[in-house]
Design a protein around this ligand. Structure first.
Ligand SMILES: NC(=O)c1ccc[n+]([C@@H]2O[C@H](COP(=O)([O-])OP(=O)(O)OC[C@H]3O[C@@H](n4cnc5c(N)ncnc54)[C@H](O)[C@@H]3O)[C@@H](O)[C@H]2O)c1
Length: 329
């Protein structure tokens, strides 16, 4: 098979490319490198283009035969989305409309889409099932909800099959394949803890230790990025086999507290990690954990790597990332 991966130069997209190549598929990446990395697409065919530009992507993609599209390209910083709502709607929603316009023109029928737990907003139940109401509390989550609606509407016309995969927290890396997380700014907990442990000037604050959770810190649902990549390939195979429109959580169904994540990082690093306890951040629910049953039923997928494996891979990657940064500077 030959697949198009939008956002393939990014963190999760580059791991999906790894997974596809490991299964002997052909891969073409479309990316504007606004947050992606050139080293992450080494050896792959790359179309450098911005999805917001329909007249730019149309000639670049015309006449290409792809068996399916993995659509990851998006902006995903919650704070930035509040400051730049139009940019987020243009990039995420218009970008998706443009991609699907070309997909329909070219006859590519199957699309696996990166959605997010941010479509749910504040949880009303301890585990968040796919049937939970969609009440996103930030612009980023709103754009993802609209992107799902767009795909559903096109599917209803009979032209497209789609799987919207709602990730909770992607984490971990593939240091043996020189792939891992590198966002600037980095807003995710695990890479920030590890950057600080490796010597960066990162003041680590745990935001609140008085939540109604066993150790008082927030609980989040982390899945290793290679497990996510595996789920994407399974979702694409489902679309090839059975078509349809699917909305599936990708989570581990248990969650880990901030203190548990910190302890796992300390074990990986082999040292204690300096931190302070700060006040709660507004808008941070105590617990965001997926009901993960449906993905198991529909895709035969469950995450195979736990927290310690996630953190150890991220720590090994952090050593590599620092060397890479040194070489690129
Ligand atoms: N990282 C997570 O924990 C997480 C959780 C839930 C959902 N997601 C979603 O997964 C996807 C990938 O996340 P990531 O962490 O790998 O992000 P990332 O920023 O590393 O990757 C996004 C990629 O898309 C590219 N891109 C963005 N806008 C583009 C455009 N207009 N045209 C072409 N390319 C464009 C960027 O250059 C980058 O390579 C995103 O859609 C994100 O919303 C991520």
């Amino acid at each position: 098979m030959h697949y198009l991966v939008t956002g393939g130069a990014g963190y999760i997209g580059s791991h999906i490319c790894l997974e596809l190549k490991a299964r002997s598929h052909e891969v073409t990446v479309l990316d504007d490198f606004s947050s992606g990395h050139r080293w992450a697409v080494a050896g792959l065919e790359v179309i450098e283009a911005d999805l917001r530009d329909l007249e730019g992507i149309r000639p670049a993609l015309a006449g290409r035969r792809f068996d399916g599209v993995f659509h990851l390209a998006a902006k995903s910083l919650v704070g930035e989305s509040a400051q730049k709502p139009l940019y987020y709607y243009q990039n995420n929603v218009s970008g998706t409309a443009n991609l699907i316009t070309v997909a329909l023109e070219e006859g590519w029928r199957d699309c696996v889409f990166s959605s997010t737990a941010a479509v749910y907003g504040n949880p009303l139940t301890p585990l968040i099932a796919e049937t939970h109401p969609l009440n996103p509390i930030n612009v980023y989550g709103q754009t993802k909800r609209v992107m799902e609606e767009l795909l559903a509407a096109v599917h209803a016309q009979g032209d497209l099959n789609a799987a919207c995969l709602r990730y909770f927290n992607a984490a971990g890396a593939s240091p043996e394949d020189q792939r891992g997380e590198w966002h600037e700014p980095e807003t995710h907990l695990i890479p920030n803890i590890l950057r600080g442990a490796a010597g960066d000037d990162v003041a680590l604050t745990l935001y609140g230790d008085d939540y109604p959770t066993p150790d008082g810190t927030c609980i989040r649902d982390y899945v290793h990025v290679l497990d996510l990549a595996d789920a994407h390939v399974r979702a694409m195979e489902l679309l090839h086999r059975a078509g349809g429109f699917h909305q599936l959580n990708l989570g581990n169904g248990q969650g880990y507290s901030v203190k548990e994540v910190l302890a796992a990082c300390e074990r990986a690093v082999g040292a204690s990690i300096t931190h302070t306890i700060g006040p709660r951040r507004p808008g941070d629910p105590a617990r965001l954990v997926a009901e993960a049953q449906l993905a198991e039923e529909v895709l035969g997928w469950t995450p195979s790597r736990g927290l310690q494996a996630i953190v150890e891979s991220a720590w090994a990657w952090e050593q590599h990332r620092r060397q890479l940064k040194h070489a690129l500077d």
